[in-house]
Design a protein around this ligand. Structure first.
Ligand code: ATP
Length: 308
C-alpha cells in the first residue's frame, strides 16, 4: 500500500523444512544445509517520512522487540540509506504477527520487508541482486526472507538456490509461551556434541547436505514423502533445553499431524497437515490440549515481501 507518503509491505515468516547442522567455522557461524519455505504468516512493515529514524511496534510480543538501532528493520533502513546516499529519516511501524524468538525468522522478515518498503518510499528501484547482497550483510536468514518461495541455503544459510515446489503445503504452528535464543541453541548443540565425544568444528565434519528424499518429495509435491523426511538437527537440543516442547510435539501428533518438528531454532513447533481443513482441526486440538500458548495455520510456499 502506498498512501499519503507511506508504504506498507507484508513480510512472510518461514519454516525450515530441513535443517542440517554441520560444524562451527572459524568465523563462529555453523555450516548449514537449510531448506527454507516462506509461509503465509506475516509481519506488516509500514514506512513513512520522518525527521529521524524511529521504530514503533504493535502486536503480540511487542515488548520483546527492540525499538532502538538494534532492531533489524532499523538496520536495514540505515544500510539501504547508506548504500543509496539517502538520509534514513523514516518512521518504521512493525505490526507483528510472527512469534518473537520463535524460529520463524520474524526479525529477518522485518529486515527484508524494510528493505523493500524503504526502496519503494525513496523511489530507488534498487536491483534485486543488490538488495540480496545488502540482505546478506544484515543476517544469515535475511536473503531468504527477501527471496521467498522455497530454497536451499548453504554456507550459513545465505547462499541460496531456488527449489521447485509445485504443491501448497499446509502447516500448523504451535507457539510456546517463551522464546529460545539462536546463539543459546547453537551453543547447547555444540556442548552436547562435545560431551558425546563427537566432532564440532567445520574442519572435522562433512559439509552438510539436504536429503535426496526431501528434495524429491518437494519437487514431486508428495506430501507423504515430505512428512517422512522433514527434520531439524537442533530439535534434540531444544527439547533438552525446554522439555515441555516434547509435550507439544506429542500433542500435535496426537491431534492428527502427518509429522512435526522444531521450527528453526525454536521455540515454535511446526506440523504438516494433509489439507487446510485438517490443519485447522489440528490447530484447534492443539489449543485445547494446552500444550502450547497459541496455534495458527499457514500455507507455503508464498512469495517474499510484497507491497500490501
Ligand atoms: P531465526 O528464526 O532467524 O533464528 P527468530 O524468529 O527465532 O529468528 P526473532 O523473532 O527474529 O527470532 O528475534 C530474535 C531476537 O532479535 C529478538 O529476541 C529481539 O531481541 C531481536 N530483534 C531485533 N529486531 C527484531 C525485530 N524486528 N523483530 C523481532 N525481534 C527482533
Amino acid at each position: 500500500m502506498s498512501n499519503a507518503g507511506s508504504v506498507t509491505v507484508r513480510a512472510p515468516g518461514k519454516v525450515n523444512v530441513q535443517l542440517v547442522v554441520g560444524g562451527r567455522r572459524t568465523d563462529g557461524f555453523h555450516e548449514l544445509a537449510n531448506v527454507f519455505m516462506a509461509v503465509s504468516s506475516y509481519d506488516d512493515i509500514t514506512v513513512s517520512p520522518a525527521d529521524r529514524l524511529r521504530i514503533t511496534v504493535s502486536g503480540p510480543g511487542k515488548e520483546r522487540v527492540p525499538t532502538n538501532d538494534s532492531n533489524l528493520a532499523a538496520q536495514a533502513a540505515t544500510l539501504l540509506g547508506k548504500h543509496a546516499g539517502v538520509e534514513p529519516g523514516v518512521h518504521i511501524h512493525i505490526d507483528k504477527r510472527l512469534p518473537v524468538a520463535g524460529g520463524m525468522a520474524g526479525g529477518s522478515a522485518d529486515a527484508a520487508g524494510a528493505l523493500v518498503a524503504c526502496d519503494a518510499l525513496w523511489g530507488l528501484g534498487t536491483e534485486q541482486h543488490v538488495l540480496m547482497s545488502l540482505a546478506a550483510e544484515l543476517g544469515s536468514d535475511v536473503p531468504f526472507n527477501l527471496l521467498g518461495g522455497t530454497a536451499l541455503g548453504i554456507g550459513r544459510g545465505e547462499s541460496l538456490t531456488r527449489l521447485p515446489c509445485p504443491r501448497t503445503c499446509h502447516w500448523v504452528f504451535a507457539i510456546a509461551g517463551f522464546g529460545l535464543s539462536t546463539p543459546e541453541v547453537y551453543g547447547a548443540h555444540e556442548r552436547r556434541r562435545r560431551e558425546a565425544g563427537l566432532p564440532f568444528a567445520a574442519a572435522d565434519m562433512p559439509t552438510p547436505q539436504p536429503s535426496a528424499a526431501l528434495l524429491e518429495a518437494l519437487a514431486q509435491g508428495d506430501t507423504a514423502g515430505l512428512a517422512a523426511s522433514i527434520s531439524n538437527d537442533l530439535e534434540a537440543t531444544a527439547t533438552a533445553l525446554r522439555p515441555e516442547l516434547t509435550r507439544t510435539l506429542k500433542a500435535g501428533q496426537a491431534a492428527g499431524a502427518l509429522a512435526g518438528m522444531l521450527c528453526g531454532t525454536g521455540a515454535t513447533m511446526a506440523f504438516l497437515a494433509t489439507d487446510r481443513p485438517e490443519a485447522e482441526r489440528i490447530a484447534e486440538r492443539l489449543l485445547a490440549s494446552e500444550a502450547c500458548a497459541s496455534a495458527f495455520v499457514a500455507d507455503g510456499p508464498v512469495p517474499g515481501p510484497t507491497l500490501a
